[in-house]
Design a protein around this ligand. Structure first.
Ligand code: TYM
Length: 342
């Protein structure tokens, strides 16, 4: 985890890279854990940002082709809707830049089966759906490592659940550099202090996830204010009544985390604000804060998604800029390993 305070004019811009899967409705978890940082870093002149829709990652789960097409485009539109300017950030679609899969293969030959077997996300996901434990699900971190290392970023903004994947990326990069010299830059995970792990509203010991069967468990980024208020009202809390962080108070801790991340208030400030007031008041305040935060995103989204031609023009431009950078790194890698003609 890192915090960047360097604002000297002479320092070259720090590069930021991250991706998001187009699998299902993106949630408040994706927003607070990652997208909010994508937007903040995208607006900060200190950073140069590269973001992608990780569509290749999404096929570790069977996708209906028609729905998948729509979701790739809507995820791209969402990246624009959080306030990213495609003139300043490179925003592209992963499958349009074939260097990602090419580098992924090379990296897989520098990754040990044993270290990959330790990935907790693989273990969790293969337990959850034993009927389709495909090799792609297992080798997924190599594709993610390729996404990152192709662009030599300084920072990778992600939620807590992706930290292990950034760590294995660093291990693979260090191993490769150890053999061939300094080919890859060491990326650092950039994880928010709060909001890094937003929990389910119905089972707050579980991560908030877009793949949850119960739609009351998560807030979609595009949910309408009424829906947000309704889901918040139903959020599981506990039998106590004080709005304060406590051991084992998973539901309340989660709501305080959400409210604090959006309003910028500390847990102590939240406690003071709701002293002597019940959970009803608190949940309504969290609901309102979330609805207000997401309102401009939903409005921007309506605008972007209604112009498919413009979306295509934007992603084509983003793809081209990304490929230009990716090709350079891939060439270097291929030459180092000894392939000819690069
Ligand atoms: P994905 O698509 O599952 O999630 C996108 C981002 O949202 C964060 N996130 C959360 N943060 C807080 N609380 C939650 N409940 C929550 N749920 C999701 C994730 O940590 C992530 O940052 N493998 C990645 C996508 C990826 C990627 C990359 C990321 C592909 N290539 C290269 C960074 C760099 C994934 O599946 O995230």
């Amino acid at each position: 985890m890192c915090q960047n305070n360097n604002s000297s004019i002479e320092t070259p811009k720090k590069r930021v890279l991250s991706c998001i899967q187009p699998s299902g409705m993106l949630t408040l978890g994706n927003y607070l854990g990652a997208l909010k940082n994508f937007a903040a870093m995208g607006k900060d002149p200190e950073f140069e940002c590269i973001y992608a829709v990780a569509d290749l990652h999404a096929i570790t789960v069977r996708q209906d082709p028609k729905e998948f097409r729509a979701r790739i485009l809507s995820t791209y539109a969402l990246l624009l809707s959080i306030g990213l300017d495609p003139q300043k950030a490179i925003i592209f679609i992963q499958s349009h830049v074939p260097e990602h899969t090419q580098l992924s293969w090379v990296l897989s030959c520098y990754t040990q089966f044993g270290e990959m077997s330790r990935m907790t996300q693989f273990k969790d996901k293969s337990k959850k759906r034993p009927e389709n434990v495909n090799v792609g699900l297992f080798s997924y971190p190599d594709l993610m490592a390729a996404d990152i290392l192709l662009y030599n970023p300084d920072y990778v903004p992600v939620g807590e659940d992706q930290k292990q994947h950034v760590e294995i990326t660093r291990d693979i990069a260090a191993r490769f550099n150890g053999i061939y010299g300094d080919v890859f830059k060491m990326p650092e995970a950039y994880i928010p202090k709060v909001g890094a792990r937003v929990m389910s509203l119905q089972d707050p010991q579980k991560k908030m996830s877009k793949s949850d069967e119960n739609p009351n468990a998560y807030i979609g980024i595009l949910d309408k204010p009424e829906e947000i208020m309704r889901k918040m009202k139903r959020a599981v809390t506990d039998s106590q009544s004080t709005v304060e962080v406590g051991e084992g108070r998973y539901g309340i801790n989660n709501l305080i985390g959400i409210y604090g991340t959006i309003t910028g208030k500390t847990a102590d400030e939240v406690k003071k604000e709701f002293e002597g007031r019940g959970y009803g008041d608190f949940k309504a305040a969290v609901g309102e804060a979330v609805a207000e935060e997401l309102r401009p995103i939903r409005e921007n989204y309506e605008r972007f998604i209604s112009d498919k031609g413009e979306l295509e023009r934007l992603y084509r431009a983003g793809d081209e800029m990304a490929e230009h950078l990716a090709r350079r790194t891939l060439r270097k890698v291929m030459k180092k390993v000894g392939f000819i003609g690069f």
